[in-house]
Design a protein around this ligand. Structure first.
Ligand code: ATP
Ligand code: MG
Length: 317
């Protein structure tokens, strides 16, 4: 079966791969299997290979059930792979670490603690010898970073969804992790709060040089935040189909995003993948597809599409 021709030229030559010394995370041939009825097994994904460079922001997109949260949990050390290994900073991940903070969709705050108490709890577990004043100062600084100064003494029940999510982000940032793992962290928020938090998280990550792995279903969010976007095929037996290099500059202006060169090409490419290729990839994968080195693509619009887009833009409304 042949896929519908893509309106895009996927710049096929593979981009430079991370040299071993600049890969902070290396996922090496991992699989996740669960027992299925009748003694059989279901393979959610298998032979997954992925490297994350230090300080890069990587988003993963793919349909529900392909195993994105499972991959994130493996990186967090909350789950073990059924095969393969995941390595961070040169060591196999065998359990949770304060070097890798997780921001959950459901914020997971301690309901009986205040905002300050929730963040301070994480700070105290990171710096066990720190005095009370230092713990509080660090916690307050993180709370201020996410714009919650003044709400330190509120409890989670008194906060909006957006505020709770900010506390979750503050708690993760407060322990100065080397890596942030985020599972659809903004999906439950209204558009305005989501935009503000995306801006804050990207700014903080760029400033601190954290390595970020984030799952999202939102194509525009991935383009706004990520340096590279990992495309997962549908499960069971999901694979990394390809890795899209985002052509957008490091400093991003939300209001001018849609004018940035390459924006429409990458957006069309991601949507085309989610609508069609995530389903058909396995049947249509090129014979030389190597799961160990998923192709790196830099989508560009075809000349015909670029001309059509320019003509549409030139037309008076
Ligand atoms: N404990 C379990 N036992 C059996 N199957 C499981 C278990 N946990 C997860 N799965 C299955 O693993 C698959 C991947 O789950 P996962 O939560 O990683 O998907 P996801 O890509 O994050 O989906 P979503 O986009 O909906 O969050 C799903 O099909 C799920 O049913
Ligand atoms: Mg999930």
């Amino acid at each position: 079966m042949t896929a519908a021709p893509s309106p895009l030229r996927s710049a096929a030559p593979p981009g430079p791969r991370a040299a071993s010394d600049d890969a902070y995370v290396s996922i090496e041939g991992i699989a996740r299997r669960y027992p299925a009825p009748g003694g059989a097994e279901t393979t959610v994904f298998e032979n997954l290979w992925l490297r994350l460079r230090r300080s890069e922001f990587v988003c993963m997109i793919g349909h529900s059930g392909c195993g994105k949260t499972t991959v994130l949990n493996i990186l967090a050390g909350l789950e073990a792979p059924s095969a393969g290994v995941a390595i961070a900073a040169g060591r196999e991940i065998t359990g949770p670490s304060l070097d890798r903070a997780v921001i959950f969709q459901g914020h997971a705050l301690l309901p009986w603690r205040t905002v300050l108490g929730n963040v301070a709890y994480a700070v105290a577990s990171r710096w066990r010898r720190a005095g009370r004043a230092e713990v509080e100062a660090r916690a307050r600084a993180a709370i201020a970073t996410v714009g919650l100064a003044g709400a330190e003494h509120k409890r989670p029940a008194e906060l909006s969804g957006g505020m709770k999510q900010r506390v979750g982000i503050a708690r993760a940032l407060a322990i100065a992790p080397k890596m942030l793992l985020m599972d659809e962290p903004f999906s439950a928020l209204d558009a305005l709060t989501r935009g503000t938090l995306q801006d804050e998280v990207r700014r903080i990550c760029v400033e601190t040089g954290q390595t970020v792995f984030m799952i999202t279903h939102d194509v525009d969010e991935a383009i706004y935040l990520a340096d590279r976007i990992v495309l997962m095929t549908n499960g069971p037996g999901a694979q990394v189909a390809e890795i899209v290099e985002n052509p957008l500059p490091a400093i991003r202006d939300r209001s001018a995003l849609h004018h940035a060169p390459g924006y429409y090409a990458v957006r069309n490419h991601l949507i085309d993948f989610l609508v069609t290729r995530s389903r058909t990839f396995r049947a249509d994968a090129p014979a030389d597809h190597d799961p160990r080195h998923p192709p790196v693509v830099r989508p560009t619009l075809s000349d015909a599409d670029a001309a059509a887009l320019a003509a549409r833009r030139a037309r008076p409304l």
